[in-house]
Every structure is written in C-alpha cells, then in structure tokens.
Design a protein around this ligand. Structure first.
Ligand code: RP5
Length: 163
C-alpha cells in the first residue's frame, strides 16, 4: 500500500537525527517512505518529488535538513501537502542556523517547524500521525493510547530518584 507519509532529508548524515520520526510511526502502525532529497545537491529531484507528491498519494511530508536548511521551504513551495520541517543539529551553529532557516518562512508558504534534533523528528512523526488521524478513527485511538501510556508512566512512578 502507498504510504501516506514521506520522510525526506538533505543528506544520509541526517538519518540518525530523523530516525525517531520512523520509531513513533512504527509504534502507531503508520507506513512511510524514506528518501534523501537534497535542495542544493539534487535540486531537480527536489522539484519532481515535491510536485508529484500529492498525486503519488502522500498526505504529509516530513523534511529534515541542517545548516542553510532550505529543503522544507522549497518542498512546501512545490506542494500543497503539509510540510513538517525538522532542523538538524549542525556542527558549526548547533542547529540555530537550521532552525531559523526553516522557521522564518516568509508569508504565503507555510512550513510547520519542530524542535531542533531528535525530539523534533519524533514530534514530526507524531504530528504527521495526528494529521492522518483526523480522518482515521483507528489511528486516533492508537494515538490516544500512546498518550495515555506516556501519562501513566509518570503517574505510576513520580519519584525522580527512581528509574
Ligand atoms: C544539509 O547539509 C543536510 O541536511 C545536512 O544536515 C547538512 C550536511 O550535509 P552533509 O555534508 O553531511 O552531507 O544539506
């Protein structure tokens, strides 16, 4: 079956950061496609991927990039699908460059921006699932169960000295 979520990233070096997006999607039984699409190294691929994404059946795109992170914004400019941007933690500027490049989209093209790094990638996966859950009652139930389990974990063992 054609996955509804595409997870793209600017480089293979982003995979470690982006993997948590796949972990939560696996947990929620949401299928996805993963691929490197670089805005500056494969610009023609970026254009074809983005412009064909909706007709291929994707509903949400997660795009991770670091440094001058123009991938999410450029993808968003070529598709009306929601694009969730994940700023990858860069070596030189700790991801502040990635964050500002993704979050500061000029008016008219929207990119949802998550936190820098692995937490942002995880939440991008979670948010992609939440978007799909607006029209998928069973997925909505699985997300509710995930959140309840997270709550229970804390409530059942609130002592910070215990693991
Ligand atoms: C961006 O440049 C990628 O998203 C990556 O975070 C960064 C560095 O890429 P590599 O030089 O490691 O391929 O395009």
């Amino acid at each position: 079956m054609q996955p509804k979520v595409a997870i793209i990233m600017g480089s293979k070096s982003d995979w470690e950061t982006m993997q948590p997006a796949t972990e939560i999607l696996d947990q929620l039984n949401v299928s996805y496609h993963v691929e490197v699409v670089s805005a500056h190294r494969t610009p023609d691929k970026l254009f074809s991927f983005s412009s064909e994404a909706a007709e291929k059946g994707y509903h949400v795109i997660i795009a991770g990039a670091g440094g001058a992170a123009h991938l999410p914004g450029m993808v968003a400019s070529k598709t009306r699908l929601p694009v969730l941007g994940v700023p990858v933690q860069s070596r030189a500027l700790n991801g502040m460059d990635s964050l500002l490049s993704i979050v500061q989209m000029p008016k008219g093209i929207a990119v949802g921006t998550l936190a820098i790094g692995a937490a942002g990638a995880f939440n991008a996966g979670l948010m992609a699932a939440q978007i799909l859950a607006t029209t998928d009652a069973e997925l909505a139930q699985r997300i509710d169960a995930f959140r309840q389990a997270q709550t229970d974990t804390i409530l059942e063992n609130p002592d910070p000295r215990e693991a």
